[in-house]
Design a protein around this ligand. Structure first.
Ligand code: CTP
Length: 407
């Protein structure tokens, strides 16, 4: 998974006002700006006077490719925003870092500079990412202000806990720009899966041969992680059961790490009661060692080695048997007779939708950033998608899920 959202078009052309207040975290707001512009957003930066003490407006101007706003009255003469104020044009305001001073001003209705004035004038959603010293964060006056803004519908991104720039340790650390970016995506995304609980499996399973060796497969987990990430962005409560991968779990997703097929089976069946949608994207081992060696296997004199394997349980078939009113999606990785095999799995495992891919095609399947899938549905539908980034494929699968749940 890219984790940066380049493949998602949710930010494409969105007008975001990035309000930057004075604090050491200003340098991290530069990275946030970069993530936003790379994802196609039009970012209008408004800096307070104090913010300019930390990083010059030139940095923000260069990266946003727009003049940085700071003076209350310069907007009137600003041609490229066509005399329409930032407050009216914005799809979203993000204040990062947000200081105690700015939050106090907004909560008290004070508008004495460009940032606080545009915040007062906007009807766009507002996201505050506060960063400050731990004592300021815990100050009851500040906490009261924060609660007031939260109750008024502003979104507050809690800071991290850790060593702070002032030398203290505690809560108040500016979150990673990637986390703020993902929060922004969530705020701007269609939320057509609100009320659903999506249970997704991802990655390979790993079956022990002896204490140091295993039987695995080439699944990277990207397809399942993309599904979990986008389900979450679209408002679903999302549970991700994952075999070992190198990927970072997407923000806001309940993460259940597992290793073997049997562990994955137990985790999936445990969480099934909570789910309204199940998507089985994991590449589950079909066989495991009948008796794993308790000690490291020595090569000895033997020229060859035969391992005795036994079948694992088919998790998806078990889910299909207990399906109830759930919408269940499976994958079919095939190297021949794609449609025939996929349709057989759809019926045999009692699925609503199967995403079939021919693993021999370049750009499809294990390890790739893209996938080429054919969606076969229980009602007889069949649609082949072009070669698309896995996040886009995830979006298409979830479109089907959302449409079915609406029905
Ligand atoms: N699956 C599962 N448990 C298994 C094997 C597969 O839940 N033990 C799921 C996969 O996650 C996928 C679907 O079943 O959603 C199809 O998996 P696939 O490997 O394509 O096929 P198999 O069912 O294993 O059948 P075959 O090996 O004959 O292709």
């Amino acid at each position: 998974m890219s984790g940066r959202g380049e493949d998602l078009d949710v930010l494409q052309g969105k007008k975001i006002v990035l309000g930057v207040c004075g604090g050491i975290a200003v340098y991290k707001a530069v990275e946030l700006l970069r993530l936003l512009t790379r994802a196609g957003a039009e970012v209008f930066v408004v800096m307070t006077e104090n913010a300019k003490q930390f990083v010059t407006p030139l940095t923000f101007q260069t990266l946003s490719r727009r003049p940085v706003h700071g003076e209350l009255f310069d907007l009137i003469s600003e041609r490229d925003i066509g005399h329409i104020s930032l407050a009216e044009r914005a799809d979203l305001f993000v204040i990062a870092p947000a200081t105690a001073n700015l939050i106090g001003k907004v909560a008290s209705g004070i508008a004495d500079d460009l940032l606080s004035t545009t915040l007062m004038a906007t009807r766009a959603p507002i996201l505050f990412a506060p960063a400050m010293n731990v004592n300021m964060w815990e100050n009851p006056i500040f906490q009261g202000n924060l609660q007031k803004l939260g109750a008024l519908g502003c979104r507050i991104l809690e800071p991290d806990t850790g060593p702070l720039a002032c030398g203290a340790e505690g809560k108040g650390k500016f979150p990673a720009p990637q986390r703020i970016f993902e929060e922004i995506e969530g705020l701007l995304h269609d939320r057509d899966l609100v009320g659903e609980t999506v249970l997704v499996s991802a990655g390979p399973t790993v079956e022990k041969i002896d204490p140091v060796r295993f039987i695995g497969n080439f699944s990277s987990g990207r397809m399942g992680y993309a599904l979990a990430r986008i389900a979450r962005l679209r408002g679903a409560r999302t549970i991700l059961v994952s075999g070992p991968t190198c990927l970072r779990p997407p923000a806001g997703v309940e993460f259940v790490p597992v290793t073997s097929a049997e562990e994955m089976r137990r985790a999936m069946l445990d969480r099934l009661v909570e789910a309204s949608v199940v998507i089985m994207a994991a590449a589950v081992a079909d066989y495991r060692m009948a008796e794993p060696f308790p000690q490291k296997l020595k090569k000895g004199e033997a020229e060859g080695l035969a391992l005795r394997l036994e079948r694992t349980a088919d998790i998806l078939a078990e889910v299909g048997k207990q399906k109830g009113g759930r919408f269940v999606v499976g994958f079919a990785a095939e190297s021949e007779n794609l449609l025939e095999n996929a349709r057989r799995k759809l019926v045999a495992k009692n699925l609503d939708l199967v995403a079939a891919n021919d693993i021999n095609q370049p750009g499809a399947g294990f390890g790739a950033d893209t996938n080429i899938i054919t969606l076969l549905s229980a009602d007889g539908g069949c649609e082949t998608l072009p070669c698309l980034p896995k996040e886009t494929v995830a979006g298409r699968i979830l479109d089907r899920v959302a449409a079915a749940r609406r029905r």
